[in-house]
Design a protein around this ligand. Structure first.
Ligand code: ADP
Ligand code: ZN
Ligand code: ZN
Length: 736
């Protein structure tokens, strides 16, 4: 007898749809929520993720073609978190779900089973001896005679080449392989790491650890903000806070801003916790490696995951706490596609899971400081450095009447000379790579501009090219002016390449090491350069923001900051916060050892209140001052904002599209919400597209979201012509 109703599953697919789709399914093989399936879509078959299962429907629907997963790849809580993110950031649910999956699983490949190897039962010491000539195979087989090992364990002991060695052994029939369902695996810890004697905590650190431990155990959990100056030993605090979580058989997720910092931290964590399994998850990993870590975290065989932004979506079987280092860092906000804020996702995840979260920074975001002030977060401080190291002295240098060479004052040059003479290291900070930002003709005023953006091209001397830093367009540098034929083009301003050149001529005896995206693009080159600095010899380091974070150079005593002024004049209301953070982070590289550090800020605005406040009263006071200003304007965190952006190959299409959106939205605008625009973005043309935006703001986040949902409907219904594309950016940080 045929029943009237059939069971259906509701699925999300990786397309820009805001809806989920229904498919019919055989009642006896109904996939669970969080499993992947294959479904027909148009003429194709695509991978989909089940978000609801077993709903009944009397509609005639297409049927699911295949069920891929026996067990869900997302647990309920992760699935809910991702669906929440889709609503909060108004981004298509399928795109969000697939974004959270390792690439290897997006295409619908089955989840690999986990493999374990041990020496074949017939193996004895005699057969081992036959491998005398192959020391690596010998070593691996000896290990496999003692223990059964998985890929993690073998990689940890034998490095990247472990697979080859294993294959050789397998060929000779010396090992047995066992397959296991992922979620049932219960792996051994690596045993070969030697534990370092842990540091004795300073009073301040122990105090922080005690408080955090207590907060973490309390019934009403609140995020904890740890505000510790640079070099105050926050990492040590993180490690101690992780101890009770791990010994309670729970996992820890540690989020960091930069992929460049993960190897250092990974090593430190592994040394502190040799008995636990730690792995890093970041965009630098190959797809297969990423998948392994992801699966290890999901099955519970990994105890600690250290990762960058997207690691916040790592499934973890028994997650016990989340820690975020440098929580203020802009890289936690994704700037393309799914525009989420990783830190905020982490706090939401911790809240939903009922687990503690610790946010650490030397320069906390104003949002977090505000949350601390209003009592939503616990707030703890570390105000001194352990041992003999003391925070550097910071001074302003008024350059208005000083002669400059490539933007460096003579006074600064003298100071550099002195510090080098005392066998110390010096670092100059300039957040602009290349030789000079302007290449121009002195006789007619022509200057090199990007064809696709409304900005100038930066002259790169090393490669002999001009490059657009916004869209990447590059050209060989011209030798004659294309307008008037003049044969002598000149440059204006300076980037790191030029500073490097000037310093090399000034200090021919000293090694000058430039660290920016150009000089470190080859794999391993950053490590090489950093190694030289760590060897402690006299060097001058020149760097962009790549150098600001986390590095610890004990012999560095002088830091010169060259481009303070630019940010002081920025139109972006977040520029001051960023500048204060950047200055302190860069400054924090100085005087980490026993020698006192000095930080010199070159500026033509020595009376600027931000600079004066920062130097005299420190970050907390400065942040309060900026917060007070924001309060008057109801800027975040005192209000919420979102941008609706649109772009098109021609300016009119983009503008007219947003104008229509704005008109319709104005009709429905709620009290307490404001719509501004459409207005051109700060950079109106970028990569060949003209860009406009509408700003939505409200003092109440709830109201803003009601408006955003209306906006989304209008956007989805409004016809787009002339190649218009649009995006919604909730809690934007970049107004370019
Ligand atoms: P932060 O992350 O707060 O900038 P780090 O955690 O990198 O600081 O610590 C700065 C330096 O101080 C490191 O070299 C670290 O080994 C050292 N350190 C941290 N805690 C202690 C301690 N209790 N005793 C001695 N040295 C310490
Ligand atoms: Zn000219
Ligand atoms: Zn460009």
């Amino acid at each position: 007898m045929k029943s009237e109703k059939t069971a259906i599953v509701r699925v999300a697919i990786q397309r820009p749809f805001y809806k989920v789709l229904d498919y019919q399914c055989q009642n006896d093989c109904l996939p669970a929520v969080g499993c992947r399936v294959r479904v027909p879509l148009g003429n194709a078959t695509v991978t989909a993720i089940v978000v609801e299962s077993g709903v009944e429907s009397s509609l005639q629907l297409k049927a699911v073609t295949a069920v891929i997963d026996e067990r869900p790849i997302f647990d309920r809580m992760m699935l809910e978190l991702l669906r929440w993110a889709s609503r909060y950031y108004l981004y298509p649910v399928g795109e969000v779900l697939f974004h959270a999956l390792p690439v290897a699983l997006r295409k619908g490949k089955p989840v690999p089973k986990e493999l374990f190897w041990k020496a074949a039962t017939t193996i004895n010491n005699a057969s081992l001896k036959t491998l005398k000539r192959a020391p690596k195979q010998y070593a691996m087989l000896s290990v496999l005679m003692e223990n059964e090992c998985d890929a993690f364990a073998l990689k940890e002991r034998f490095g990247n080449n472990w697979k080859n060695i294993l294959r050789q052994l397998d060929k000779k029939g010396l090992i047995d392989t066992r397959e296991e369902e992922l979620s049932t695996s219960n792996l051994k810890r690596p045993e070969n790491l030697t534990e370092k004697t842990p540091l004795e905590l300073t009073t301040e650190q122990s105090h922080a650890v005690e408080h955090i431990n207590a907060y973490f155990k309390a019934d009403n959990l609140k995020p904890v903000l740890l505000h510790g100056i640079t070099g105050s030993g926050k990492t040590e605090v993180y490690l101690r806070v992780m101890e009770p979580i791990l010994s309670g058989n729970k996992q820890v997720l540690l989020l960091v801003p930069e992929i460049g910092l993960t190897p250092q931290l990974l090593q430190r964590v592994q040394q502190h916790f040799p008995q636990y399994r730690t792995a890093a998850l970041h965009s630098g990993l190959a797809d297969g490696e990423r998948l392994n870590v992801w699966l290890g975290a999901k099955s519970g065989s990994l105890d600690i995951v250290i990762g960058t932004r997207s690691a916040v979506f790592t499934p973890m079987k028994t997650l016990g706490a989340i820690l975020i280092d440098e929580e203020h860092d802009a890289s936690f906000k994704q700037q393309e596609g799914f525009l989420y804020q990783g830190r905020d996702m982490a706090t939401k995840r911790a809240h939903d899971a009922g687990i503690p979260i610790l946010l650490g920074s030397a320069t906390p975001s104003l949002e977090s400081l505000h949350n601390a002030k209003t009592g939503r977060y616990h707030y703890l401080k570390l105000v001194s450095r352990p041992g003999k190291s003391i925070p550097p002295e910071m001074v302003l240098q008024d350059i208005r009447s000083l002669p400059l060479d490539a933007g460096i004052s003579q006074l600064m040059m003298q100071e550099i000379g002195q510090h080098l003479q005392n066998n110390n290291q010096v670092m100059l900070f300039l957040n602009r790579r290349g030789f000079a930002p302007v290449l121009m003709c002195p006789s007619c005023g022509w200057h090199a501009e990007c064809k696709h953006c409304d900005v100038g091209m930066t002259y790169h001397a090393a490669s002999g090219r001009v490059i657009c830093h916004h869209c990447g367009t590059e050209e060989p540098v011209k030798t004659t002016c294309p307008e008037c034929g003049n044969k002598r083009l000149t440059t204006q301003g300076q980037g790191t390449e030029r500073i490097e050149e000037v310093l090399k001529t000034h200090f021919p005896e000293t090694a000058v090491i430039r660290i920016d995206r150009d000089s470190t693009s080859l794999k391993g080159s950053l490590e090489k350069k950093l190694k030289k600095v760590h060897e402690g010899q006299r060097v001058i380091l020149i760097g962009t923001q790549m150098l600001t974070k986390g590095h610890d150079f004990p012999n560095l005593t002088l830091v010169g900051i060259l481009d303070v002024d630019q940010a002081l004049f920025s139109m972006d209301y977040r520029a001051q916060e960023r500048l204060a953070q950047q200055i302190l982070q860069v400054a924090g590289r100085a005087g980490r050892g026993e020698r006192k550090g000095r930080v010199v800020l070159q500026t033509s605005q020595p009376e600027h209140p931000l600079l004066l406040n920062l130097l005299a009263n420190g970050y907390y006071q400065t942040a309060q001052q900026i917060l007070n200003e924001r309060k008057q304007w109801h800027y975040p965190p005192f209000g919420a904002q979102a941008l609706i952006r649109a772009n098109a190959p021609d300016s009119d299409s983009a503008y007219q599209f947003l104008l229509k959106i704005e008109k319709e939205m104005s009709l429905e605008c709620l009290d307490g919400c404001e719509i501004m625009g459409p207005m051109p973005s700060a950079m109106i043309k970028r990569a060949g597209r003209y860009r406009f935006q509408i700003m939505l703001s409200s003092r109440q986040r709830g109201l803003l979201h009601v408006m955003l949902e209306k906006a989304l409907q209008i956007l989805n219904h409004t016809r787009r012509t002339g190649g218009v594309r649009w995006t919604i950016d909730v809690d934007p940080v970049d107004f370019m």
